[in-house]
Design a protein around this ligand. Structure first.
Ligand SMILES: NC(=O)c1ccc[n+]([C@@H]2O[C@H](COP(=O)([O-])OP(=O)(O)OC[C@H]3O[C@@H](n4cnc5c(N)ncnc54)[C@H](OP(=O)(O)O)[C@@H]3O)[C@@H](O)[C@H]2O)c1
Length: 216
């Protein structure tokens, strides 16, 4: 399967691209500037000369034409960008990994968009797509280090059962990550907001946290 990452030139997009490619998928990293995407892909692949990773760079429009699409741009750009790509994104799974956060002094605080989450805003903007909230809590630096085992739980929520199945299966292909079904898209509100807590922990303990749920 080819996976498109719209806004994939940032740390989060690069990290996910590497993990998906390492799992055997073809990945299209999209950018507002296709040439920039090409440069980023060259840089990303240069870090793993001995691995076979199928990653290409392209314009966001082309990445959005992939079979499954991840939105990996800043939170306030997610719904407008999805709206501009609505035709390409129709009738497919669109994973939103955004967290709406504001920095106040040294701390990050959660912001609450009118529909409660960025994922819900995106879903309202592209109603013909199956929007899924996932990957909010995975630190980009660790994602991009294929020599490091990525351990943690990925909380997944959506209003579309088929999109849930596809996303859970995709996450299961990344070694040591566990996908957890968190129900409908309404739960994207606490999922996105909790990232502020993880960032605070990162700052306090000088680390890069991820999330693990016990009892399941
Ligand atoms: N960083 C993390 O550890 C992490 C972890 C989990 C989730 N997330 C979430 O994942 C998303 C991406 O994170 P990131 O750190 O990779 O973000 P980022 O570096 O700030 O942005 C990613 C890419 O988005 C594009 N972009 C920037 N402004 C845009 C705009 N106004 N309109 C359209 N595209 C724009 C840029 O690509 P081009 O200039 O090439 O178009 C940029 O390289 C965020 O929503 C974040 O909350 C991040």
């Amino acid at each position: 399967m080819e996976i498109g990452i719209v806004g994939g030139t940032g740390p989060a997009g690069r990290g996910l691209a590497l993990r998906f490619a390492a799992a055997g998928h073809a990945v299209a990293i999209g950018s507002r500037d296709a040439a920039r995407a090409g440069d980023v892909v060259a840089e990303v692949l240069a870090g793993y000369p001995d691995r076979t990773l199928t990653i290409r760079g392209c314009a966001n429009q082309e990445a959005a034409a992939a079979e499954l699409v991840v939105l990996a741009m800043p939170w306030d750009a997610s719904a407008p960008t999805a709206g501009a790509l609505a035709e390409q994104l129709a009738d497919k799974v669109v994973i939103c990994m955004s967290n709406a956060l504001a920095r106040v002094g040294k701390e990050f605080y959660a912001l609450y968009p009118p529909r409660g989450s960025i994922a819900a805003d995106v879903q309202a903007t592209i109603p013909r797509s199956g929007v899924v909230a996932a990957f909010q809590h995975l630190p980009a630096r660790e994602l991009a280090d294929l020599d490091q085992t990525m351990v943690g739980d990925v909380l997944v929520c959506t209003d579309h059962p088929e999109a849930l199945d596809q996303t859970m299966a995709l996450i299961a292909e990344i070694p040591n990550l566990r996908a957890l079904d968190c129900g409908s898209l309404g739960n994207a509100t606490p999922i996105e907001a909790f990232t502020a807590v993880l960032l605070q922990l990162n700052r306090r303990y000088q680390t890069h946290t991820s999330l693990s749920i016990s009892g399941i």
